[in-house]
Design a protein around this ligand. Sequence first.
Ligand code: CP
Length: 310
Amino acid sequence: MRLDRKDLLTIKDLSLDEIGLILDTAASFKEVSEKDIKKVPTLRGRTIINLFYEPSTRTRTSFEIAAKRMSSDAINISLAASSVKKGETLSDTARNLEAMRPDCIVVRHGSAGTPQMLARHLSCSVVNAGDGAHEHPTQALLDLFTVKEHKKHIKDLKIAIIGDITHSRVARSNIYAFTKLGARVTAAGPRTMLPPGLSSLGCEVTTDPREAIKNADVVMMLRIQSERQNNSAIPSAREYARVYGLDKEKLSLAAKDAIVMHPGPINRGVEITPEVADGTKSLILEQVTNGVAVRMAVFYLLLGPVREED
Ligand code: CP
């Protein structure tokens, strides 16, 4: 079984069937990570390059672990150690990497649209590991997977996404993903962190976090992306934490069996209190665990097992 596409660039472009296939495949790959010997020969002979122009802990590491658990060769290139520092352009870097015949390049870049541009010019597969404030499709897939594991379905769930929506590629991909699967998404944040036209993505929008959290089945908190803001969009972190941060009192408004999520990295005491981040409703580390299974599924469905004729 394969996806009928060369690249994975956005959630917006994925059909319901494709999302279903990725989530089902991830469920079978999750078992690999629970075994003593965490390796299958499925992608032996394939070469995967992680090309990260922005910092990453979870995404880069889990793509590398996913590639290695499937026996492919995984190579990591970070901005600091590459010839980008000597002035090489992105397209020259990509063409030189392609000359070494990889099967897939996983790219994270600060500019929206970079993975799409590479995918048009490269014959190998391209996977978007986050492009500017545009999309982070594998994060949304692992978030869907995590919610589905706990709630068994996505349709009709109430999902609250709270924080810096304007600068969050995670928010954008998750709004596409959860609304596509029939959930009711409410995005909340200060006015300065809510982009114009947000409701056209199919979600409710409010500046009141309590309205978003009330009866929510899933409360997803976001980090303030200060690296993407020219001027601070909030008066102070303390004020933001008081009004928008998730603490026990605000969480008590959610459904009794609500779950708490965060893509990481978290800023403890700003968008979420340590008590909630480490509490019994928090699935933050489960999201990280599931990231490996989902990325194994993406590699498998794009690159497939090596066949004699390949
Ligand atoms: N969730 C996420 O993208 O984390 P990293 O920036 O550490 O990859």
